[in-house]
Ligand binder design. Structure first.
Ligand SMILES: *Cc1c(COP(=O)(O)O)cnc(C)c1O
Length: 471
């Protein structure tokens, strides 16, 4: 039941990431400076009346960790403040965050429209799991074409879903444009902001209504735990009567938020909680019942990561851009999908939405196809072969044979995921060391000899690219 509305935001991002939402130990606490890890299933009631009031809502203290936990609440307040949101709900994984966000809005018979460029796990969730529950999803390939969204929207559509930086092609989404389409139909836009992080982009400031995260990635950053978050924004009218609703049945878009709720003594979620109706329903009715509760230990570890988010992402973004520029000049490299490159078709969107940095997960395509990709990936020594991203360590993977292996050859070609495409997630190592590793892997891959290859017998030197951490 604990609310996480951040109380004003007087500070800058780096300050917020270490201070926002900090609670206290409470009465009798010892005033620990770091957030204490409350590894406790439940919390003591002082007396009969307090127990009754906590269940009844008159006292919003803690009862049971699946409903709320002080460590988890601290991380929720921090994430809400960083995303410019009202409320955040911490859950056990990014998949849980997407599930809870969608299930807090849609029911059997409702329809979701999603960009085609989303994470494969979310795609599987929509098609297979939600499909079996009677929630149908349509996919839009041209996610910056308003007409494509308009054509996919039906009277039963209840939300639009995109990722701010899709993977592995970095084909950025024009958030204001998609939000505009959603709002013309009176429906909310959900944005998965995992790849951008709130440091580079805050979708709620561009018209999104709900943001979700896999906290397992950049927010934690250390690659030690899984976690996820749902963040709600301001401004969406959860009781809105729209032309679309009238067209469907005259019924409200979200009856579970506008009809009398037994748990609220006959009030509706909108009457009781106004702009927080979605967040309270997502927390109290969806997350707490489905039960993807994060361990407070994991919540603590996520918060430890968040405290250095901007430092890591700044460096990762700068190094990634330097590496993308270097790859772009190599003869064996056919193309580089990094929106920070001036030649990239999404560069104008990057300048508008990602002025601070364009992220650090991107792909490039080797001219030599799958064989060259195999030799390249088997030759790296510093990069880790792994399916993860946003880690302090640099990671490498071949999407066509791993993360996107369920797609047909046709679907892969449509998405531009060629046999020679390799995805990198750049960590915080020295840029020169990463470049040297890529250079020797490129040579070993049999692609055209790199322009900056060291003469035979010479010690492996870092390629002549400025280390962004130094300049
Ligand atoms: C990893 C990821 C998810 C799923 O998150 P988990 O924490 O692995 O469950 C969802 N969306 C995106 C964009 C991701 O990268």
């Amino acid at each position: 039941m604990t609310r996480t509305t951040p109380a004003g935001q007087p500070h800058g991002f780096a300050t917020r990431q270490v201070h926002a939402g900090r609670g206290s130990d409470g009465p009798g606490g010892v005033n620990a400076r770091a957030t204490p890890i409350y590894l406790s299933a439940g919390f003591v009631f002082d007396d009969f009346d307090q127990a009754r009031d906590r269940f009844g809502g008159a006292d919003d203290g803690f009862t049971y960790t699946r409903i709320g936990n002080p460590t988890n609440s601290s991380v929720e307040r921090r994430i809400a403040a960083l995303e410019s949101g009202r409320e955040a709900i911490l859950v056990g994984s990014g998949q849980a965050a997407v599930s809870v966000a969608v299930l807090a809005l849609l029911k059997a018979g409702d329809h979701l429209v999603s960009a085609n460029s989303i994470y494969e796990g979310s795609r599987g969730l929509f098609v297979e799991n939600l499909g079996r529950l009677g929630i149908e999803t349509s996919f839009v390939a041209e996610h910056n074409d308003p007409l494509a969204w308009e054509l996919a929207i039906r009277p039963s559509t209840r939300a639009l879903f995109v990722e701010s930086i899709p993977n592995p092609k970095n084909d950025l989404v024009d958030l204001a444009l998609v939000a505009g389409v959603a709002h013309r139909h009176g429906i909310p836009l959900i944005v998965d902001n995992t790849f951008a992080t709130p440091y580079l982009l805050r979708p709620l400031e561009h018209g999104a209504d709900v943001v979700v995260h896999s906290a397992s990635k950049f927010l934690a950053g250390h690659g030690s735990v899984l976690g996820g978050a749902i963040v709600s924004g301001d401004g969406f009218d959860w009781a809105g009567q729209t032309p679309q609703a009238a067209h469907a049945s005259g019924a409200p878009l979200f009856p579970h938020l506008t009809e009398p709720a037994h748990a609220l003594g006959g009030a509706s979620y909108v009457e009781r909680f106004g702009p927080d109706a979605f967040a309270v329903y997502a927390r109290d009715v969806v997350a707490s019942r489905l039960g993807p509760t994060p361990s407070p230990l994991n919540a603590f570890l996520i918060e430890q990561g968040i405290e250095t988010l901007s430092l890591r992402v700044d460096r990762q973004s700068a190094t990634a851009l330097a590496i993308a520029r270097w790859l772009d000049e190599q003869p064996g490299v056919e193309s580089v999908d990094h929106a920070g490159l001036a030649s990239n078709p999404h560069h104008a969107l990057a300048e508008r939405y990602l002025p601070v940095g364009q992220g650090s997960v991107f792909s490039f395509t080797l001219a030599g196809g799958a064989d060259a990709a195999r030799r390249f990936i088997d030759s790296v020594a510093l990069f880790t072969r792994m399916t993860h991203l946003g880690d302090v360590r640099s990671l490498i993977i071949h999407p066509a044979s791993t993360t996107h292996a369920y797609r047909s050859a046709e679907q892969l070609a449509e998405a531009g995921i060629w046999p020679g495409l390799i995805r990198l997630s750049i960590g915080v190592e020295d840029a020169g060391d990463l470049l040297a590793d890529l250079e020797q892997a490129l040579e070993a891959s049999g692609a055209a000899a790199p322009a900056t290859a060291a003469p035979a017998g010479a010690p492996a030197a870092a390629p002549a690219v400025a280390d962004p951490a130094v300049v």
